[in-house]
Design a protein around this ligand. Structure first.
Ligand code: 13P
Ligand code: SF4
Length: 363
């Protein structure tokens, strides 16, 4: 298992502090101290000291001021670093929650702290809005595993079978599909399809995890998540032996052998809900990306989080200073542009998902 840990707070604060001169602030010492204290309340639970919070405070103050001045909203996935989640985000959640927020927001500009497929989904749902992706090279191994031409070829091999695509796909792939889904409603979307056979792309492990629960024959693609494929059954069993009282919560992008070991398998929001609904459980092991553990450590400081995690290099490309730069002087690659025809076709697949909403598989 190639295990890594979250970026150290000092590293993030230092990166944030090295701002270009054009972004120097004019906040008073009192404003910075108040912002740092507010940040520290949450971030202390993931190892940030007051000094580090003071280093990033001018930046979060500046971004929050710009949000108000420009009518922007910041959407952040739960895998983002805690300075983004607790410092600047207006909505934090899983892919489904962020899609729902993008569809509903009245803000003129959406700043997406996440990866490209998520920002594209926001653009499809709010085509008249400006959608900014601060880290334009934040991709996804799942999204990159399949093209629109691949989907067309698969459909030709299985004429008439509906296609469900995981939200971790490009807009062009979504445009070829009948319905989209997230980890929070994959089973319900698959079951809602007509006929006995469903093409499910691109996550082969999510497809394998769905098969025992589904009434459909599921044909899958050869994609996987570079983070969740790293967790293996023997290592997870070893952690279980080490922490027998810990509840093990796994993402459904994990291998079936890992899901089989878990107490709950589902989306990142499903993990959060499980913790909220099980006050009797004091200790948790999250089998997912490192950011989720940090987010929950800050949210539930009285609980204990053990085990290990894997970093998603794409999610970690977003940094506070890139958010500020994208909001003030975006380069073309930071603004999401999609062909109107792609938007119209992909929208149908996303609307099919949103009409089902949250329907979490609970193990
Ligand atoms: P959810 O947060 O929707 O469960 O997805 C996890 C993920 O891998 C996003 O990239
Ligand atoms: Fe893609 Fe996996 Fe990273 Fe999520 S964690 S963005 S699925 S590579």
């Amino acid at each position: 298992m190639a295990i890594s840990t979250s970026p150290a707070p000092g590293h993030l604060a230092a990166a944030a502090a090295s701002l270009p001169a054009s972004h120097q602030h004019d906040f008073s010492e009192a404003q910075i101290a108040a912002e740092a204290a507010c940040l520290h309340e949450r971030l202390q639970h993931v190892g940030w000291g007051m000094l580090e919070c003071e280093m990033i405070a001018p930046l979060t103050l500046e971004i929050n001021k710009l949000k108000a001045e420009t009518g922007s909203v910041v959407l952040a996935h739960s895998y983002q670093t805690p300075d983004i989640i607790y410092g600047i985000a207006d909505h934090v959640g899983d892919s489904l929650a962020l899609s729902q927020a993008a569809a509903k927001t009245e803000a003129g500009t959406i700043v997406f702290c996440g990866v490209r497929f998520m920002a594209e989904t926001a653009k499809i749902l709010s085509p008249s809005k400006k959608v900014l992706l601060p880290a334009p090279n934040a991709g996804c191994s799942l999204s990159e595993s399949i093209t629109a031409a691949d989907v067309r070829a698969l459909k030709a091999q299985h004429p008439g079978a509906p296609v469900v695509c995981y939200v971790n796909t490009s807009a062009e792939v979504k445009a070829e599909c009948d319905a989209c889904c997230t980890s929070a409603n994959a089973l319900a979307v698959v079951e809602a399809m007509e006929g006995p056979k469903v093409l499910f792309v691109p996550d082969k492990y999510m497809a394998a995890n769905l098969r025992p629960l589904s009434s459909k024959e599921i044909i899958s693609w050869d994609g996987d998540c570079m983070v969740h494929r790293e967790f293996r059954g023997p290592e997870v069993r070893a952690f279980r032996r080490q922490y027998p009282d810990a509840a093990l919560l796994a993402h459904t992008e994990c291998l079936p052998e890992v899901v089989a070991e878990s107490d709950m398998a589902g989306s990142t929001s499903g993990m959060e809900t499980y913790i909220q609904q099980h006050p009797e459980r004091r200790r948790f092991m999250l089998i997912t990306e490192c950011g989720m553990t940090d987010k929950l450590k800050a949210q539930f400081p009285e609980r204990d989080f053990v085990g290990t995690c894997v970093l998603c290099p794409h999610m970690k490309r977003v940094e506070l200073r890139k958010v500020l730069q994208a909001m003030t002087e975006p380069v073309p690659e930071q603004e999401i542009e999609l062909a109107p025809e792609t938007i119209a076709r992909a929208r149908k697949a996303i609307d099919a998902m949103l009409s089902i909403g949250r329907a979490e598989r609970v193990k």
